[in-house]
Ligand binder design. Structure first.
Ligand SMILES: [Mg+2]
Length: 216
């Protein structure tokens, strides 16, 4: 089974980070309840709302669905424009809070000269919000599924992220993600893998000391 010891620590030249569940915090239950009620469901229907929400999310993440397609699928009817704007804003707010400990780690790795690329399954509004965040400049590049037209774990998403690191050898690049299926797909392409379970120390351990050929 894949876990944090899936492969052994070793020197790396770049990192590919997942966003949600690694850099980004998972939404709280009050946030889910707020979105549930905004969508016209009762607060105690949040689990059923989440099920419908996730059932329509893959085509939204991949850019196949636009905002109206996604929310029409979730609501069962086409939302009027003001509601659609509000749903989009509240949904985006669910996915844009960050773990300060991981952001601090990103800054340290950046100072050590490590190239870092974001590879996130995210619809266009979330992609735009993440690109506008204050920590985004720490990363070398950011690839979002809606812009790629593909979701992880499609192998081409990893190939594009690897190319964005500027490192040719996938065995010198660490991929960090909180989903096992995404990690397995990355490992099949030869990337080193950390299945993240919420402890920033696990990332720090895998980054290791700065390589001598990096510019501090
Ligand atoms: Mg994730």
């Amino acid at each position: 089974m894949l876990n944090t010891t899936f492969d052994s620590p070793g020197e790396i030249d770049a990192v590919i980070f997942d966003y949600n569940g690694v850099i980004g915090l998972q939404p709280t239950m009050p946030m889910w309840c707020g979105l549930t009620e905004l969508a016209g469901w009762q607060a105690d229907e949040v689990e059923r709302f989440q099920s419908v929400f996730w059932s329509a999310r893959e085509p939204y993440d991949s850019g196949e669905f636009d905002d109206a397609d996604f929310w029409s699928a979730v609501l069962g009817h086409h939302p009027e424009p003001r509601l659609l704007t509000r749903l989009r804003a509240v949904d985006t707010a669910l996915w844009t809070r960050t773990d300060d400990r991981v952001v601090a780690l990103l800054h340290r790795a950046r100072r050590a000269g490590l190239p870092m690329v974001l590879l996130s399954n995210a619809p266009h509004p979330v992609s735009d919000a993440l690109d506008a965040s204050d920590w985004r400049g720490v990363l070398t590049d950011a690839l979002y599924s809606a812009r790629l037209g593909l979701n992880k774990p499609h192998p081409d998403t990893y190939r594009k992220a690897l190319a964005a690191t500027g490192v040719h050898d996938p065995g010198r690049v660490l991929f960090v993600d909180d989903r096992a299926d995404n990690c397995h797909a990355a490992a099949r392409l030869g990337l080193r893998v950390l299945h993240y379970t919420g402890s920033p120390a696990d990332i720090e351990e895998r980054l290791g000391p700065p390589a001598p050929n990096r510019i501090p």
